[in-house]
Design a protein around this ligand. Sequence first.
Ligand SMILES: *[C@@H]1O[C@H](CO)[C@@H](O)[C@H](O)[C@H]1NC(C)=O
Ligand SMILES: *[C@@H]1O[C@H](CO)[C@@H](O)[C@H](O)[C@H]1NC(C)=O
Ligand SMILES: *[C@@H]1O[C@H](CO)[C@@H](O)[C@H](O)[C@H]1NC(C)=O
Ligand SMILES: *[C@@H]1O[C@H](CO)[C@@H](O)[C@H](O)[C@H]1NC(C)=O
Length: 616
Amino acid sequence: MLQVFFLPFLSPLASALWPQPVSYDHGDTVLFVQKDVTFFWYKCGAKNVGSIAEQILDQQPMMLVSDSDLDLGGDGAYRLRKTYTEPSFQEFESSFRGEGVSGDDIVDYAIKSAWRTIFKQNLYPWQFHPRGWEEPSPHTHTASISEIHVMLLTSNSPDGAKPLAGTVDESYTLELSIHGKATIAANSSTGIARGLTTLTQLFYAHSDGKHFYTPLAPVHIYDVPQFEHRGLNLDVARNWFPVSDIKRQIDALAFNKMNHLHLHITDSQSWPLEIPALPELAAKGAYRPDLVYTPNDFKELQRHAAIQGVEMITEIDMPGHTSSIWYSFPDLIAAFNKQPDWDHWAAEPPSGTLKLNSTAVYTFLEKLYADLLPRIHPYSRYFHTGGDEVNKNSYLLDDTVNSNDPTILQRLVQTFIDWTHAKVRSAGLTPIVWEEMLLEWNLTLGPDVIVQSWRSNEAVKQIVQSGHKALTGNYQSWYLDCGKGQWLDFSQSTSASSWPYTDYCAPYHNWRLMYSSDPLSGVPESLHHLVLGGEAHMWAEQTDPVNVDGMIWPRACAVAEVLWSGAKDEMGRNRSQVEASPRLGEMRERLVMKGVGAESIGMPFCTMGGGECGLG
Ligand SMILES: *[C@@H]1O[C@H](CO)[C@@H](O)[C@H](O)[C@H]1NC(C)=O
Ligand SMILES: *[C@@H]1O[C@H](CO)[C@@H](O)[C@H](O)[C@H]1NC(C)=O
Ligand SMILES: *[C@@H]1O[C@H](CO)[C@@H](O)[C@H](O)[C@H]1NC(C)=O
Ligand SMILES: *[C@@H]1O[C@H](CO)[C@@H](O)[C@H](O)[C@H]1NC(C)=O
């Protein structure tokens, strides 16, 4: 009787998936799950034409003895059974070998990761229930989940782990029967990973720390992302971040079903990326010789991302934002670190730019690309060539140009971009640029080039009207660094007039602001297909490993949901904060359980009762 009385009241609090699936129905039956739950893994081989879930399920799964048994499927359907226990989980970082990541790697990792999330990083959800709440008891609820089936319905495309936007179908279905059988089906390994991520969010930890349950059976979910490109841009050049801190951001991105990490890996302040063909670059350009990303670090990051369905996009910003090259190759850089009037020469100190009409610069880039691009190719289809905030005055001090005349410079920048993009394409990669290359420099860009906007919705509209694919994420809504105040020091004479020392994009962009931003705002409907998605931006002037988690999370979750689920709900209305807030509160707790220092967004008082913290 008590149960019947409580459950209708509790159920809205206890169905917190993030991001919100396209369709989601659930009941209120409690099912416990045991640590020795068996994962059954089915996949279609090329011979299994047009197979559907039922056909695959008719087949008897087979015991997997070792990874080498993967190729068992003579009749076209591979059938594996895996019991994931702690020891095998501990091996999961060390099982990497060779170059690149396969669809099987993604599923294997996703199963292990789901196991870890459910049994090792799960949430005891007291904050989301009233005081005096009676949690489900493993003694009274004896029904349990014993089988989790994951089914790959069609064979993966060869480049499934490093796709061009839109070429991987990330949709999935998730069924959890009242009898304790969970089934996830998808058309790609990445879809399976997304479905397993959702599955983990159906479960909670019992307060005894030994039992795990879902109060939501039966569950029916169909899900598919609205946008193909859902990312975070992380600047690791203004401040340096150890590999482990970046990996933790990748894990959090995957948990939010984001699929791109854009690593802004060099800038004027430091060059942490080791280029073996140009060893002086990082040796002299990094803040300290040991604050670098070795080729092995770089590979590990790309792999750690790809294996979770997150494609890492490396950006070497050029021709501006390059003055850290001066420490090793001073002849290649013009207008290095002009002081005190640096703002005449750059957007931020130190000023400096690659010379625009220098054969030595092209020789340097030739070496750089020949070294770097083949190391990216196994893990990504993209390379970001930058192109923001190119300062025209700095070419007055460029001895190969000696001019700030836009028409003279425009031709040189066009040549520069044509040359670099040809190199990028010949390495099998697709170029991405910042919006200024198109909108300020009026360059002719190849039709393949993706243009990343950061300044306004109006810019996004202009990009797609020019026929290019666009990434959104403007500084007024999706910059995570805004509102911290100035990092510049003010002198006695400028101090009073600059009080209270706000930064250019203040105020702080809270999650509600980020959540209310629509990537399609102002874009004509006929051009919506050219808006691939967008990125939240973590520029790191005032962010380092100590505060990075809290700066990014859970605000980037708001961006993740807009990009996965769309800015509008199923009725076409702006998504509701009242609905989102308790779900985001739970997502925050889950991130904390996964070791991510996500900031609090509210008080338990608001989530324990439900609805008592609304306004109007
Ligand atoms: C898989 O592909 C089929 C055929 O295109 C499509 O109908 C289905 O929605 C896709 N997704 C899932 C999860 O089955
Ligand atoms: C670029 O350099 C070449 C040869 O050094 C020179 O002839 C040419 O005038 C320069 N172009 C510009 C626009 O300065
Ligand atoms: C690009 O075009 C705009 C608008 O026509 C113009 O204002 C701007 O000066 C041009 N930029 C360059 C570098 O030529
Ligand atoms: C919906 O959100 C947009 C911002 O994306 C805002 O301009 C608009 O006024 C909102 N509409 C309503 C009905 O609140």
